[in-house]
Ligand binder design. Structure first.
Ligand code: ADP
Length: 446
């Protein structure tokens, strides 16, 4: 079957849906192809929020923050491997993106601190809802209202071109194969954190790691872009999340450690400041015997943090009425674990962790039974690298010039996060660059 449109967007995650909404509002004939039976991609799993600086929401809440500081925090978090021009675009357009979200019925009115940010900058939906699921629902509502066609169960397989100008894509549906003619193509296929073959190609030491990603995150867009000459940047920069339960791939949110949990090894001893960056904590866990760790917390934290109910419901928590009982459940020496907790609770009381220098997430001690443990190890979480884009979200060829008619946004691209993405920047990336890609594609097709 042959279709003719102005713009085809590949991938119905946050970046693709954002771009499609903007294009349709500008009167462009746009469709989305999505290989999974539903929209949302990895975006639906985003839990933190969206980083943005100098926003109307911050102003209303009296929070001082600057675009400059947002840029600096992102560069520092990414070990300065980031492309500063792209980071600057993200930061400069972040406040407008927050207003835009509000204008399409997706306000993010709560702002708090998050790892790696100097100021209160991470914007969240009201009442602590998961930002990803919230945004996907609102975006989807907009797609419906605007009458944007999403072809589900349809996998893009090739970007077509003539004389180095993109002419559309080929895609495979369940029964029908499509040739889609388009003046411009926007790649929004996300990362490759669910494609073990691909991530071990770039980082062999990740062999055997579980992934926190949805099954669609297979890097198809990167492979397709490469096939027509796109350059890849930072492709070996792959972020692991340190605390993933390995039999279910359920990610134990950073808020558990932030709320006071500690990590112990099979000997029952702590081995790191639990709130260092994801890469550092992941490495520390892998170095322990068996390459795993237990995350330990108490009833007080369970009462305070609703996320924990999901872990209990999924039977990944082990519990004991006393520390000794918990130790026996996980086969850890009871005296050692009790000593570890004594030392930790004293550190919390003194606000001084002499062993590992932790100075955050120390508001609560671990004293109120029952006590809980979840066995965790790192999992592949985010692929920072990908296709090279410029500040207009044009895809750059290995020759150094843009590929005419090809744009990309979101996790498929490299450069924004450098060697380490800080929490809240994935959502900022998809909304800002989804809109940039739409604006550039609009300019290109009109
Ligand atoms: P981002 O956060 O950058 O928007 P997501 O992971 O949220 O990325 O969304 C990417 C979407 O692209 C997913 O829904 C995924 O299933 C889809 N996708 C990946 N590869 C293809 C493909 N070859 N054809 C169509 N859709 C694809």
């Amino acid at each position: 079957e042959t279709l003719d449109v102005d713009v085809v967007v590949i991938g119905a995650g946050g970046a693709g849906m954002t771009a499609a909404i903007e294009l349709k509002k500008a009167g462009v004939n746009v469709i989305i192809v999505e290989k999974m039976p539903m929209v949302g991609g990895n975006t639906i799993k985003a839990t933190g929020g969206m980083n943005a600086a100098e926003t109307s929401v911050q102003a209303e809440l009296g929070i001082e923050d600057t675009i400059e500081q947002f840029i600096e925090d992102t560069m520092t978090g990414g070990y300065n491997v980031n492309n500063k021009e792209l980071v600057t675009v993200m930061a400069q357009n972040s406040a407008d993106a927050i207003d835009w979200l509000a204008s399409i019925g997706a306000p993010l009115p709560e702002v708090s601190f998050s790892g790696g940010a100097t100021n209160k900058r991470i914007h969240r939906p009201e009442g602590g809802a998961g930002v990803g699921a919230y945004l996907v629902e609102k975006f989807n509502q907009n797609l419906d209202d605007l009458g944007i066609q999403v072809m589900l169960n349809t996998t893009a397989t090739e970007i077509t071109s003539e004389n180095n100008i993109v002419t559309g894509i080929k895609a495979e549906g369940k029964e029908v194969n499509y040739t889609i003619h388009a003046k411009a193509v926007i790649l929004a296929t996300g990362g490759f954190g669910a494609n073990e073959e691909l991530y071990t190609k770039y980082k062999p030491e990740l062999k055997g790691y579980v992934t926190t990603n949805t099954p669609g995150a297979t890097g198809d867009g990167i492979v397709m872009a490469e096939a027509i000459g796109a350059n890849l940047v930072d492709i070996e920069q792959i972020q692991t999340h340190p605390t993933v339960e390995q039999t279910t791939s359920i990610m134990i949110t950073e808020s558990v450690r932030g709320g006071g949990a500690i990590l112990v090894n099979q000997e029952g001893k702590r081995f790191t400041d639990e709130l260092l960056t994801r890469d550092v904590v992941s490495d520390a866990i892998v170095k322990q015997e068996g390459s795993y760790s237990y995350i330990i917390f108490d009833q007080l934290l369970r009462d305070n943090l609703s996320a924990i109910e999901k872990y209990v419901e999924n039977n990944i928590t082990v519990q004991g009425a006393t520390i000794e009982e918990l130790a026996n459940q996980i086969g850890v020496d009871a005296t050692t674990l009790a000593n570890t907790l004594d030392t930790w609770n004293n550190a919390v009381a003194a606000k001084d962790d002499k062993e590992f220098g932790r100075n955050t997430g120390m508001d609560n001690n671990i004293t109120q039974g029952p006590f809980y443990a979840i066995k965790v190890a790192p999992g592949v979480h985010h692929t920072m690298g990908g296709v090279e884009i410029n500040t207009n979200a044009e895809v750059i060829a290995t020759t150094g010039t843009p590929i005419a008619g090809l744009f990309a946004a979101g996790e498929i691209t490299g450069g924004v996060h450098g060697a380490n993405r800080i929490g809240g920047n994935a959502v900022a990336d998809i909304v800002v660059f989804g809109r940039v890609a739409a604006a550039s594609a609009l300019e290109y097709v009109k």
